[in-house]
Design a protein around this ligand. Structure first.
Ligand SMILES: [Mg+2]
Length: 73
């Protein structure tokens, strides 16, 4: 099986959708051992990933899918 940029984009979008669907369950689990924000934080982070993946132009280069992190001062 070959990993393509389009395949990775779709996998990350699907993961974001599944985490959004399961955020309440993740938060319930976190309430038992932590501060109960895991599902909320995961969903927020993956929605940002989804937005980035959906904004990408077609590319065959996996490295072009991810924006460069800002350089540290
Ligand atoms: Mg927490």
């Amino acid at each position: 099986m070959k990993l393509t940029a389009a395949g990775l984009q779709q996998a990350l979008i699907s993961a974001a959708d599944e985490i959004e669907n399961q955020k309440d369950a993740l938060t319930d689990l976190d309430r038992e051992i932590g501060d109960g924000d895991h599902g909320i934080n995961m969903a927020r982070g993956f929605q940002a990933v989804k937005k980035e993946m959906e904004s990408q132009e077609n590319t065959e280069d996996l490295g072009e899918l991810f924006p460069r992190l800002p350089a540290k001062p």
